[in-house]
Write a protein that binds this ligand. Sequence first.
Ligand SMILES: Cc1cc2nc3c(=O)[nH]c(=O)nc-3n(C[C@H](O)[C@H](O)[C@H](O)COP(=O)(O)O)c2cc1C
Length: 199
Amino acid sequence: MDNPAINDHKIHALIAQRWSPRAFDSRPVETDKLAQLFEAARWSSSCFNDQPWTFIVATKDDTVNYQKLLDCLVPANVSWAQVAPVLGLIIAQKNFKHNGKPNAWGEYDAGQAAATLVLQAAALNLVAHQMGGFDPAKAIATFSIPETARPIAAIAIGYEGETNNLPPDLQEREIAPRTRYPLSSFVFTGEWGNAAQFV
Ligand SMILES: Cc1cc2nc3c(=O)[nH]c(=O)nc-3n(C[C@H](O)[C@H](O)[C@H](O)COP(=O)(O)O)c2cc1C
């Protein structure tokens, strides 16, 4: 199902096309495409080029590791994400590699890497759905994530499925129009709250 952004200004088709469906097809993702997703993340920008991101990923055929990821999700996310052929965790390093000092931009950079991955997914006709709804403590224990790293979000990746296969309440959310705040509410000039003239 297409659910393009209803944009007020022209944006690139790839950005307009990207969205976060809950309906996944069970068809596996080709391994070369999977590699391309993480290659895209790899080429994201980061403070000091520190690349403070880590992904823990499993495909459904890797039943043990896939189940470990699924078990970290909150039940509301399990209900739809369990169909996705690929699950993952996005993890940010807390400290810079070059000097070991706290990296205030680690989570920002990990988010950028995830956003780059998600756009690459859209370019490959895949969909990705990020999730804050997971249990970080469980993820840390399950995957031996060190104290120097913080799991930020989970992600489901795959080909889009049929909306009709979702439970009725999720079908409703799936077809609801996608909304955004207007530019004037977050693009300021001069002082906080003063909308930039061009918006
Ligand atoms: C960090 C993050 C956490 C999210 N957590 C969840 C989640 O736990 N469950 C869910 O169904 N969607 C989750 N989403 C998806 C958002 O609800 C979705 O991106 C937002 O509604 C905008 O829709 P769009 O991605 O289709 O443009 C999350 C997205 C992000 C980026």
